[in-house]
Design a protein around this ligand. Structure first.
Ligand code: SAM
Length: 274
């Protein structure tokens, strides 16, 4: 769908785009194809698409994958998509809030891939929910604001490193990424975007039950970024257990959370897990 077709369609149906729903539609064919290539699709694949909008990505997904489940919150777009894809049995379209749908689970996404140009306001919670779910998708190919993409890909001591990085990287390795300039979207957002490919780790760092402790630990450790991590953790764990764990892992009591890598956080989790 070209930019002109997109504009005409919106005008014909009298659809005014809603900023709060992150309605910046991708009209650049090259970028859409790059996203689909990054998803490495086969006819056996099942795809979860969140926020199909007018369906430019959906169209490529149904052509390359076995089944697509697309969840769209805006009823006006759902109505249009139902007409546009009326003859596409491989597509299941849900009119729903994707975050609420995910949280109403449990869902089994183990054999699924997420491929989505995510709405800004819910991109991070959607990714964290999926990444931490016991039956998480095998791959997540997601387009989001460049600044959020940088947080997903960051390493210890990077400016963008933090809670989002660790909660997603616990089970996903960032594989590749590419920038998508603002001009590829209609309307053009104020910032650039990026597509990030996250692949599920074949062997998880932690057991399911330890994962809750990891989330608690990371959130508390980053609750005040500039403070010493040990001081913050004392609010939740006994001092003696913390001192022993820090000593065993050779972590200085003066260290701040942003200096510790994922493997140090998982090692600490194992020692502090009840
Ligand atoms: N996939 C389309 C594209 O690439 O052009 C549209 C992407 S646009 C960035 C985000 C889409 O997500 C919009 O269609 C918007 O209506 C939808 N959306 C916003 N919040 C949502 C939510 N909570 N659940 C499902 N869809 C949502």
């Amino acid at each position: 769908m070209t930019l002109t077709e997109m504009r005409e369609l919106l005008a014909k149906r009298d659809i005014q785009l809603t900023k709060s729903l992150g309605q910046n539609f991708l009209h650049d064919g090259n970028q859409l194809r790059r996203i689909v290539t990054a998803a490495a699709l086969s006819p056996a694949d099942r795809i979860l698409e969140i926020g199909p909008g007018l369906g430019p990505l959906t169209e490529l997904l149904v052509a390359a994958a076995g089944a697509v489940l697309a969840i769209e919150k805006d009823g006006r777009l759902v109505e249009f998509l139902r007409e546009r894809f009326a003859a596409t049995p491989r597509l299941t379209l849900l009119h729903d809030d994707a975050l609420e749908y995910l949280r109403r689970g449990p869902h089994d996404w183990q054999d699924w891939k997420l491929v989505a140009n995510l709405p800004y306001s819910v991109a991070s919670p959607i990714l964290v929910d999926l990444a931490l779910s016991p039956r998480r998708p095998e791959r997540m190919v997601t387009t989001l604001q460049l600044e959020v993409a940088q947080r997903l890909m960051a390493g210890a001591d990077d400016e963008d490193y933090g809670i989002l990085t660790l909660l997603v990287q616990l089970d996903y390795a960032p594989r590749e990424w590419f920038k998508i300039p603002a001009g590829c979207f209609f309307p053009a957002p104020e910032v650039d975007s990026a597509c990030v490919v996250l692949t599920r780790r074949p062997v998880p760092y932690l057991r399911e039950d330890q994962r809750r402790t990891f989330v608690r630990l990371v959130k508390r450790a980053f609750s005040q970024r500039r403070k010493m991590m040990l001081k913050l953790l004392k609010q939740e764990w006994p001092v003696a257990a913390l001192a022993a764990a820090f000593a065993e892992l050779n972590i200085s009591p003066l260290e701040r959370a942003e200096k510790l890598g994922l493997e140090q956080f998982t090692a600490l989790t194992k020692l502090l897990h009840p």
